[in-house]
Ligand binder design. Sequence first.
Ligand SMILES: [Zn+2]
Length: 325
Amino acid sequence: MSSNYDAKRKRIFDIYSHDLKKYLQANRKQVFTSDGEVIDQPLYVCPLCLTFFPENAILGPEPFLTLEHVPPKSVGGKSKILTCKNCNNIAGAKLDKTLLHHLQTQPFLTKMPGAAIDAVFKFEENKVFKGTLANQDDKGFLITINPQAFPHFDQKMRKVFSGGKVDVSFQVPSESAKNQAYLRIAFLECFSLFGYDFLFNKNTEELCKQLVYGTESILPYSTYGRIKPSVPLKDELISLHVIKEPPELQAYLVVFQIKERRQGNKENIAMIIPGPGEQAWANYLHYGAFSEYGGDLNIKKIENFTGVADCQHFGYQKLWDVFLK
Ligand SMILES: [Zn+2]
């Protein structure tokens, strides 16, 4: 582990432990040991499992608190915050893979000429070949298989052309796994900007539960706040916004980009994050019926807000009040 990484962990730890201190002071709260003693040293709370960590959790070759890329590193994200080793590993294994797989399969599914997908070809006698299936403009598909399997494959295909059958199958990530991954990104993006003012909010707790329980449904609708506008989202929208109109849909909106390096495929995603308070939660629930919202949303981009990184504590509540009241 290079010293650069240690310095980065330390810098992030300092910013957020300071933010936590401010939050605790403002809300007249304290943190206690299991023996009932007040903990006075700097602390960092993992935004996913809500475990408290002291500063020594960033030390050593295998620290308990690790750099978290938002979006994940494999889809072009930057390290912005810390999450505990446990939460980071769970994501690494499942959600990162889901997003990368989505970006790699999307061009094929949207019929982009030349775009390919890994596929399995199964013949009547259950003989299986692995290969790729590629779009060929309007001429159908190009099948490519491992050259070593070719003589057998060639015979099988001859049989297919004379009336036999072949099953072609390929895997694409499920909608719920993708939405789970998108929610995690938008959630961590908000934590990176708003800090503990956001994390310890009642509405945020519901999103947090959804992230902890995975694809089991906690939130009342399966898009988890994803909205799909009728036109693709432009790059200049990548930012934090508030939705001002209509009033029953007021919410925060996080637009972010995921991209993969191999073919350069990318996609901009828009996720709703509820503001603070009961009304904002009711608004958030309204989006269950608006996952394909085609009406006009009056959206305001929040400019020049760098959040807790520049000691702008409590922005989650303040920006909401400034923009919507
Ligand atoms: Zn954690």
